[in-house]
Design a protein around this ligand. Structure first.
Ligand code: FE2
Length: 379
């Protein structure tokens, strides 16, 4: 039910969300990639994901292959085409490797489709029931920004490895997890002037509310700028910040993304850990590359954020960033793009009370990205 219970606290606007689309969490994230077998190896080796399920020629598929990996509540699906031509090939040709599906776990996928399409969402997939010996799932889907889609997954009557059509994937190669727990938020980059349109989409079609808004004065350096609004569902479990470029003296990271992705798409997946020092030490040891802020960042960071539980030294050594808001603090770090194109990357985040997104780090962070853009000759 809608309420007008709006309170303002600083820049935050909290509003009780409409509950026509209850979402339990992120079900999975599917990337279309050029070589799913090798991508799966990368996510196992570098990020500690575990082998869960597989679909391909051996399970009766003719045109594509998918590997399902999981770490705690985070599930990745990596899909590649097996033949020339077709929508997956076109997607990869246009965008490079990237996120096609942000799947949302719901109790009723039919109702989710009806509620969203009746509010103006463009259908991607009508509700469909798929079953095997482990039960059934119901799936439906709608389009969102760019060529990205949301698939609603109803799995309360299913107890197989992943979904009908997939078989359990048992591997002899099982690198340990690195402590990644769940998806904290997923950020979309959209084109010039499109941020409000997509925020309105999440508000109107999915009943999300705006948590926070950053304008180009919040997010700018000497050279580049962007704007961002964070949309959240009623439970707060799903948070989708939407970025758009803003005018600056040089080309912003959002423009660089849009150029190489050829349109709007998922910019980063923020994954939560309960021990960021341990997690990032592991990730670095396994070859994951992170953005680097200058050492001077640590000279006065504690003056800015106050007392924290952790020693500063390991945070400094690992280049982990710190920020504080009214509710607590957070620790965060950003990988370099994990694909060939300068498009998608990961954020590792540990929240110690703070529910915000690290506004105090934006400037240092974007200067770090500009240094990478300079090397890529895309600034
Ligand atoms: Fe983020």
């Amino acid at each position: 039910m809608a309420t007008d219970n709006v309170t303002y606290s600083g820049e935050k606007i909290f509003k009780e969300a409409q509950d026509f689309l209850p979402i339990n969490g992120t079900d999975y994230v599917e990337l279309y990639v050029g070589n799913a077998k090798q991508s799966a190896h990368f996510y196992k080796t570098a990020f500690g994901f575990q082998s869960v399920a597989y679909a391909g020629l051996e399970t009766g598929l003719k045109d594509r292959v998918s590997y399902v990996l999981q770490q705690d509540k985070i599930r990745l699906v990596l899909t590649s085409p097996l033949k020339q031509d077709g929508p997956i090939n076109e997607h990869i040709n246009k965008h490079g490797d990237g996120v096609k599906v942000i799947a949302l776990w719901v109790d009723d996928a039919t109702k989710a489709w009806q509620e969203t399409t009746s509010r103006g969402a463009e259908s991607f997939m009508e509700p469909i029931k798929e079953e095997d010996e482990y039960g059934y799932v119901v799936k439906s889907g709608i389009h969102t920004y760019g060529e990205t889609v949301h698939i609603f997954v109803e799995r309360k009557n299913y107890h197989g490895a992943f979904m009908p059509g997939f078989k359990e994937w048992k591997s002899d190669y099982n690198p340990t997890e690195v402590g990644l727990k769940y998806i904290d938020h997923m950020v979309g980059n959209v084109g010039w002037g499109e941020m409000n349109k997509w925020c309105e989409f999440y508000a109107k079609v999915m009943g999300f509310t705006q948590l926070v808004s950053f304008d180009d004065k919040d997010i700018s350096t000497e050279y580049t700028a962007l704007m961002s609004k964070v949309m959240s569902n009623g439970t707060g479990r799903i948070k989708f910040p939407i970025n758009e470029p803003a005018e600056g003296r040089k080309k912003s990271q959002i423009e660089e993304y849009i150029d190489f992705y050829n349109g709007a798409g998922v910019q980063h997946i923020a994954v939560a850990t309960n021990n960021i020092i341990e997690t990032v030490a592991q990730l670095r040891a396994r070859g994951v590359e992170f953005l680097r802020v200058p050492e001077v960042y640590y000279d006065d960071v504690l003056d800015r954020v106050g007392e924290i539980d952790e020693d500063l030294e390991p945070l400094k050594n690992l280049n982990i960033l710190i920020d504080r808001d009214d509710e607590g603090y957070l620790l965060q770090i950003f990988t370099k793009p994990v694909l060939d194109r300068p498009t998608m990357f990961f954020e590792i985040i540990q929240r110690k009370g703070a529910q915000s997104f690290g506004k105090g780090n934006f400037k240092a962070l974007f200067e770090a990205i500009e240094r990478e853009q300079e090397l890529r000759q895309t600034l």
